[in-house]
Design a protein around this ligand. Structure first.
Ligand SMILES: Cc1cc2nc3c(=O)[nH]c(=O)nc-3n(C[C@H](O)[C@H](O)[C@H](O)COP(=O)(O)OP(=O)(O)OC[C@H]3O[C@@H](n4cnc5c(N)ncnc54)[C@H](O)[C@@H]3O)c2cc1C
Length: 415
């Protein structure tokens, strides 16, 4: 690729878009991001990068940047625990790779740190304050994206990496749908000082903790912690905190409408009303959250679709297969897309493949594994929010049974 090669235009400088740009950066790639600044509008939550995401990052990033990213990760989790709302253990899975240098290891990273690292070295190839509003075919066979400020860009390929509310998806495949799941969620954070460390149930300090409560209520807790002895290369975000999420069916968790952005004290009060019978330490975590970090939202999911007639505009990540957060694999799937699409575009640029067949093959592949991730996230959501006594008892019995049979734990973890 190069001046006379394949001009790639990426709409959206988030997880997937920037990873793809890193993989192509010596070539003719440009990224257009709606936010005004590199970290504008970003919520600082922790992303857990799995082996899949890690391999994709390694494939796309220059070595030096990949190692810097690994060095800037938080402490890896050493377990995943399922509890009931009295903190009785249902299942505890030890994670085998609690070392971030391990090639199979988890990489827990702040979303703000990830975006700033993925932007490194891209320089003027990233344009901020560029909200894409439409695309159109260019008479010379290329494709043009138009921005809200009246400017435009033209490339040989346009990549919609513009997240769950993607403008490009709406225009490219208007029949693709994103729907409410009927679950609403509230999340909050509290700084991880000594008092919070003492008051937090220990499993949460060791890794993601999933709590099955009564009436289809579900709580998630996780710590973001750093080893003070390790260097903070580049002065990135090192905020230590506990993050929790509480979710239930919308008829159970009574949030003031509309729930999309309602946060603060009202949301905390609505959650607390459902926690009378919960362990005091969990009630405390909710009550002690920093009000400014509390957000409430309706959980949505995309509806799987079949491949469409491929054009010079394609999609990656949440722009197509956005999913519920209950499996924690949205970013990992977006990174996998970036690595898969990169491979296809590199082959085209080298003259080893034609553009449309290469994009069609990428789309077929991405639709298959992307919507499979959507479905598994949805299945976990249903399992965690089951309201019927029978379904709830079956879930708890299932977790307890796995807990008592060590080889089954490996199977559960996909080992
Ligand atoms: C609380 C929470 C926790 C999560 N934890 C995990 C986890 O542990 N592991 C995991 O794998 N996933 C996790 N996810 C999911 C993950 O964050 C997303 O799936 C992932 O960021 C999707 O990446 P993306 O590149 O497709 O979209 P995004 O990262 O959302 O990037 C889209 C970008 O496009 C920009 N944009 C949007 N519209 C336009 C436009 N019109 N023009 C120009 N730019 C535009 C946006 O500003 C944004 O920068 C979590 C999500 C939440 C909410």
């Amino acid at each position: 690729m190069g001046r006379n090669g394949l001009r790639v235009r990426i709409i959206g400088g988030g997880t997937g878009g920037l990873c793809l740009a890193q993989g192509l950066k010596r070539d003719d790639v440009e990224v257009f991001e709606r936010d005004r600044t590199p970290t504008g509008g970003l919520e600082g939550y922790r992303l857990s990068i799995s082996t899949t995401g890690r391999r994709a990052l390694e494939a796309c990033l220059p070595d030096r940047l990949f190692h810097k990213l690994v060095a800037n990760c938080a402490k890896p989790s050493d377990s995943v625990t399922f509890l009931d709302h009295h903190l009785n253990r249902l299942l505890a899975l030890d994670l085998p790779h609690a070392d971030r240098e391990d090639p199979e290891g988890e990489l827990p990273i702040s979303r703000i740190t990830l975006r700033s690292l993925l932007s490194e070295g891209l320089g003027e190839a990233i344009h901020y304050d560029k909200k894409c509003v439409a695309f159109r075919d260019d008479p010379r066979g290329a494709v043009t994206a138009d921005f809200e400020d009246g400017s435009s860009t033209t490339g040989d390929v346009l990549v919609g990496a513009d997240g769950a509310s993607s403008h490009l998806r709406t225009q490219l495949i208007p029949h693709a749908r994103r729907v409410d799941t009927g679950i609403v969620a509230v999340s909050g954070k509290l700084g991880l000082g000594d008092e919070v460390r003492r008051a937090t149930p220990p499993p949460i300090l060791h890794g993601p903790t999933l709590i099955l409560g009564p009436n289809g209520c579900f709580m998630f807790g996780s710590a973001v912690d750093y080893d003070d002895a390790t260097d903070n290369i580049g002065g990135h975000d090192r905020e230590k905190y506990i993050m929790w999420g509480f979710s239930a069916r919308e008829e159970t968790l009574d949030l003031p409408a509309p729930p999309a952005t309602t946060g603060g004290p009202d949301a905390i009060a609505s959650v607390r009303e459902l926690m009378d019978d919960w362990h005091p330490a969990l009630q405390w975590l909710v009550q002690a959250a920093d009000v400014a970090t509390v957000t409430a939202f309706a959980v949505k999911t995309s509806v799987p679709i079949e491949p469409w007639a491929t054009r010079k505009v394609t999609l990656l990540g949440d722009a197509l297969h956005n999913m519920t957060p209950f499996r924690g694999i949205g970013a990992n799937t977006a990174l996998r897309d970036a690595a898969t699409l990169r491979q296809a575009l590199v082959a085209v640029a080298r003259g080893e493949a034609d553009l449309i067949p290469a994009l069609a093959a990428y789309e077929r592949d991405m639709i298959r594994y992307g919507f499979s991730a959507v479905q598994s996230s949805l299945r976990d959501m249903e399992r965690f929010h089951a309201t019927g006594l029978l379904a709830r008892t079956a879930t708890k019995t299932f977790f307890r049974a796995i807990d008592h049979v060590p080889p089954l734990k490996g199977v559960f973890l996909g080992r």
